[in-house]
Ligand binder design. Structure first.
Ligand code: G3H
Ligand code: ZN
Length: 274
């Protein structure tokens, strides 16, 4: 089922950020346990950490190809058009071009050019309108996406999905963000493509359910999985001064991430009456 098929169903697909191979393995096996599709995301920041896209993206594509459920490998928050071209050349067919920090007209022009190149090879493009706070501390919190401008942006660029600012913020350590649910419903009415919620780690479970019911189709989660991984590893390592084999602490860390992926996918995929 594609994002477009899911739009309007009251359900959403989970899109999880992977930095390490263990994240990617947990995301794929977590989706298999849920029996649901998943989006496996590699951000531009994760590419910077590894130094290049190809080794990790190739591993993710290999996991996706072998999975028993549909797994879409997606390039997340790419601000660099060259990185998008590299992703397409490697075989990714879903990318996000993030020009939200640019003035509106420049965001439109650069996004439209990316869409043109990507659609020529069958690659879907997500864009962002209205900066979602918190990423690298550089974005202004409290910004909201205007529905009329969002509709105009989609018409002008031809994007396949749109990340909107509706009250979440990237990299939140606590899950107490309150979404503007009425705005989500107005955006879903105004915009003819699936809407994407970023910074979903800070949104509590009932907020995620409500967001899906009101019209969010893709839910991006990164920080929460890192918290689950790191807290599990920290617990395992506590007092274990002679433990050196990374498999001894990464195995329980990966298991905990897998369980959280299964839980979130099931929650988002169940849907609630709108
Ligand atoms: O694009 C990635 C997401 O927006 C992740 O945000 O780390 O706050 O969950 P998060
Ligand atoms: Zn994001």
């Amino acid at each position: 089922m594609t994002l477009t098929d899911l739009r309007g169903s009251g359900r959403a697909v989970g899109a999880f950020n992977a930095i390490l191979l263990e994240h990617a393995e947990a995301i794929v096996t977590g989706a298999e346990q849920a029996g649901l599709p998943v989006i496996l995301q590699i951000s531009q920041n994760a590419v910077r950490y590894h130094g290049s896209l190809a080794p990790f993206a190739t591993a993710c594509l290999s996991l996706a190809a072998a999975a028993s459920v549909p797994v879409t490998v997606h390039l997340d928050h790419a601000e660099d058009e060259d990185l998008i071209d590299q992703a397409v050349a490697l075989g990714l067919r879903s990318v996000m071009f993030d020009a939200a920090a640019l003035p509106y007209e420049e965001n439109v022009a650069r996004t439209r050019a990316v869409v043109h190149r990507c659609h020529a090879v069958g690659c879907a493009v997500e864009a962002e309108l209205g900066e979602i706070g918190g990423k690298d501390g550089a974005h202004a919190p409290g910004v909201r996406t205007d529905p009329a401008q969002a509709a105009a942006f989609v018409a002008a660029t031809g994007v396949d999905s749109l990340a909107v600012a509706v009250g979440s913020s990237h990299a939140m350590a606590s899950r107490d963000a309150r979404l503007d649910l009425d705005l989500i419903a107005r955006l879903a009415d105004a915009v003819p493509v699936p809407l994407v919620l970023h910074g979903s780690s800070g949104v509590p479970d009932d907020g995620l359910r409500e967001a899906a019911a009101r019209g969010i189709t893709k839910v991006n989660v990164g920080t929460l999985l890192n918290r689950v991984l790191t807290e599990t590893v920290r617990d395992v390592l506590a007092g274990q001064d002679t433990l050196t084999d990374p498999r001894k602490y990464l195995t329980p860390g990966r298991d905990a991430v897998r369980a959280e992926v299964t839980r979130l996918l099931t929650l988002l995929g169940a849907g609630v009456p709108a």
